[in-house]
Write a protein that binds this ligand. Structure first.
Ligand code: OOG
Ligand code: MG
Length: 257
């Protein structure tokens, strides 16, 4: 099994919004560790194309998601600059079967590392929290995959958009924030911040520990998307999403061709 060759194949499919068969169809013995190495090699190609690493995302941090995807642990992926939408408009032309989910993004401005990191270390390092929408788009048919498959495909990362307003990490009990998502005026999902590992701060703790296994750290200036607060919602051109974060603000996303 040539991990570099697999990374090249995934990169091609990610860049062109093309579906592919599961990697584990060809390599049933693929481990999660090897899959993270494939992810690293894939994102290395973006970095070489002047699309730098700007942060991390956690995925499958909610029990509902773990059950719906039939996995039992969270995963992480890498965020590069080109994934960030600079306005709340999503173009779906080069995407396969995009879904959108409400999240929080922690802006970290002090290095976080090690296997002993605690919530208070995260609070000391977090300069702000943004309301965020993540667009996921698995390269696998029907969004069906095993844990190594989804890890290799960068945890389905595709795009994300942040709200304009930054919030202080203090004051707001992030686990109690109620989030309601409307699609074309109708309520499609709702949930609370505690869907993310009981409290979103635990997601950043967990990420720090997971990347520490490969001697990686969360660098100052990086963003961390903590994981979906509700199930992800499928979108297509013409859709309009309005996501309300009770007591804070709301985010809109217009979906276009
Ligand atoms: C994996 C990515 C999940 C989240 O926030 O849980 C994710 C997938 O479901 O395709 O981003
Ligand atoms: Mg997500």
């Amino acid at each position: 099994m040539d991990l570099k060759e697999i990374a090249e194949k995934i990169d091609l499919h990610q860049q062109n919004g093309m579906k592919m068969g599961k990697i584990t169809n060809d390599y049933p013995e693929l481990t999660v560790e090897e899959a993270y190495e494939i992810q690293r090699l894939t994102i290395q190609k973006n970095i070489e194309r002047n699309d730098p690493l700007i942060g991390w995302k956690m995925g499958l941090t909610s029990k509902a998601k773990q059950i719906s995807m039939n996995v039992e642990e969270p995963i992480y992926g890498r965020l590069t600059e080109s994934m960030e939408l600079n306005e709340p408009v999503l173009h779906v032309k080069n995407l396969i079967h995009p879904k959108v989910e409400p999240e929080f993004a922690f802006f970290i401005n002090k290095e976080l590392k090690g296997s002993n990191v605690k919530p208070r270390d995260v609070w000391a390092a977090a300069e702000g929290v943004y309301l965020a929408l993540e667009v996921i788009d698995s390269r696998y048919e029907n969004f069906k995959f095993t844990l190594p498959d989804v890890v290799a495909d960068n945890a389905s990362s595709t795009k994300f958009v942040l709200g304009t307003q930054v919030f202080s990490p203090a004051y707001t009990p992030w686990d109690k924030v109620k989030v309601t998502m409307l699609k074309n005026g109708e309520k499609v999902q709702s949930g609370y911040g505690n869907a993310v590992l009981n409290h979103p701060v635990h997601s950043v703790v967990e990420l720090t520990k997971m990347i520490n296994r490969d001697n990686l750290t969360i660098k100052p200036g990086m963003l961390v998307l903590v994981g979906g607060i509700t199930e992800a919602v499928s979108v297509r051109a013409g859709d309009m999403l309005n996501v309300d974060y009770e007591g804070l603000d709301s985010l809109d996303l217009e979906v276009k061709e």
